[in-house]
Design a binder for this molecule. Structure first.
Ligand SMILES: Cc1cc2nc3c(=O)[nH]c(=O)nc-3n(C[C@H](O)[C@H](O)[C@H](O)COP(=O)(O)OP(=O)(O)OC[C@H]3O[C@@H](n4cnc5c(N)ncnc54)[C@H](O)[C@@H]3O)c2cc1C
Length: 450
């Protein structure tokens, strides 16, 4: 059988892969795309979107809880089955819709993991295909914990698909996924325990801000076990038992379900990268400033799977895809040059961050002013009786520009977008003070933060 030849072969149909495929097809190139799961990627089916649908319901509950006795008589109860049905109304249509769009764009589809046979050659669905450029956009997957009983651990995909909410849940790992899911589960009525290796949750985020979230989470009933190294998971008659080492001793905790939220790693195991002379490292496919593989120049990588150094988020994945598609179509002219990237933890309240933490700014030798304030008495928080509202901003002394902003607030995720404009637009604090914002809004509060 004749070997099919393409201009571009994309592996992965998530945010990154689809973007490159559509751009190249629109430019008249012959494009193919492959995925070994339902087409459409993580964000829309197993990540950001379904998660935010679940969070939305708990926001309604939390607002009622805050205002109970202040006009609200009772807090609404969750119907988990109806909530899952509502969530499915967003996710179920994604694969068919994605395939329809790819077909309309004239992109050939394969439903299997391709394997490299040589630099420009892949094997997929029993066929050998060749492509001038191959794009790896296979994203991340849950990191496997190499401990006895790991087969009992569920992952984030399972959490989002749970038909019934268990009475008790253990999350192994207090990163952003563990924290967000713990908040959803606790508000929906589960008894939640988080076992964390470090001494606090959310290690990349500003410690002073995270302290407020730890307190708020404990008030919600979440139990934290810090400095604990999980060593074993066992199935009991009804529950599961998680053993962990803490201060040299073995302790245990039981729950009906245990989730591994200890981190995500690049999805590259099935690709036979060595056969394609594609270099890779712990963080993913090794890339240069053009997001081109350092050993096989016909390969590019974008999104979570590239070891670009950017945060593994949806907006960074689409930005990387844009760079890859430009470089494939026009030659290597577009370099990775990331502006400050905001990141949000969708707990209640939310934590949102951009730029440098205080520790990072000090390490980099900046001369800066820190403003760290606890402001639950500011009107926006008081109006909805939210007990937690704090911020930390770092301002460069000489240039009077923001180096970093870290907020915990019910709407921190929206507020941080204003800091994106401030930092990317290189506005000074003086510029911000002169502006007029609508009142009373959370956005207006940023004038008081700089
Ligand atoms: C629970 C959760 C919540 C999240 N919440 C947020 C959030 O709120 N905001 C945010 O910005 N980001 C969030 N993220 C991260 C975000 O989803 C990712 O950064 C984004 O989806 C990455 O896009 P991508 O295209 O690089 O990879 P993906 O969307 O993961 O796409 C990769 C595709 O490649 C396929 N694939 C994998 N291996 C192979 C193979 N060998 N062969 C063929 N196909 C393969 C996969 O099936 C998948 O379809 C969340 C992630 C999770 C898991």
């Amino acid at each position: 059988m004749a070997i099919k030849e393409f201009d571009v072969f994309v592996i992965g149909t998530g945010t990154a892969g689809k973007t490159v495929a559509y751009d190249c097809a629109a430019d008249g190139m012959k494009v193919a795309i492959a995925d070994n799961r339902e087409f459409g990627g993580t964000c829309a089916q197993r990540g950001c979107d379904p998660k935010k649908v679940l969070v939305g319901i708990t926001e309604a509950m939390q607002l009622s809880e805050n205002l109970k006795g202040k006009g609200i008589v009772s807090v609404p109860k969750i119907d988990w089955t109806a909530l899952q049905k509502f969530k499915a109304s967003f996710t179920d249509a994604v694969p068919a819709f994605t395939e329809k769009k790819l077909k309309e764009a004239g992109i050939e589809m394969y439903h299997q993991s391709p394997k490299f046979l040589a630099q420009n050659t892949l094997s997929v669905e029993g066929k050998t295909v060749k492509a001038k450029k191959i794009v790896i956009a296979t994203g991340n997957k849950s990191m496997e914990l190499k401990i006895p009983g790991r087969e009992h651990l569920k992952i984030s995909d399972d959490f989002l698909e749970m038909a019934k909410l268990p009475e008790s849940i253990i999350f192994v790992g207090a990163g952003y996924i563990g924290m967000e899911f713990a908040h959803i589960a606790a508000r929906c009525g589960a008894q939640v325990t988080i076992v964390e290796f470090g001494s606090r949750p959310l290690s990349p985020f500003e410690a002073d801000i995270v302290t407020h979230l730890t307190e708020a989470s404990e008030k919600l009933g979440i139990e934290f076990i810090f400095n604990a190294k999980v060593s074993k998971v066992e199935k009991l008659q009804k529950d599961f038992r998680v053993s962990f080492q803490k201060k040299g001793k073995t302790e245990t905790v039981d729950a009906q379900m245990v989730f591994n939220t200890a981190g995500r790693v690049p999805s590259i195991d099935e690709l036979d990268l060595e056969k394609g002379n594609v270099s890779f490292q712990k963080e993913g496919v090794t890339v240069n400033e053009f997001l081109q593989n350092t050993s096989n120049k016909n390969v590019y990588a974008c999104g979570d799977v590239s070891a670009s150094g950017a945060l593994a988020l949806t907006p960074t994945s689409s930005q990387e895809a844009r760079i890859v598609s430009l470089n494939i179509r026009n030659g290597n002219h577009t370099k990775m040059d990331f502006p400050p990237i905001p990141s949000v933890v969708f707990t209640i309240p939310q934590i949102a961050s951009i730029g440098l933490t205080e520790e990072e700014a000090a390490k980099k030798g900046y001369d800066f002013v820190v403003e760290y304030k606890n402001v639950p008495k500011w009107f926006n928080a008081k109006r909805i009786n939210s007990a937690t509202y704090a911020y930390k901003t770092l301002v460069d002394k000489k240039r009077n520009i923001v180096l970093g902003a870290h907020i915990i607030a019910p709407e921190a995720g929206e507020m941080i977008n204003l800091f994106v404009l401030i930092m990317c637009g290189k506005l000074t604090c003086g510029n911000i003070k002169e502006m007029i914002f609508a009142y009373p809004t959370w956005g207006n509060d940023i004038k008081g933060m700089v």
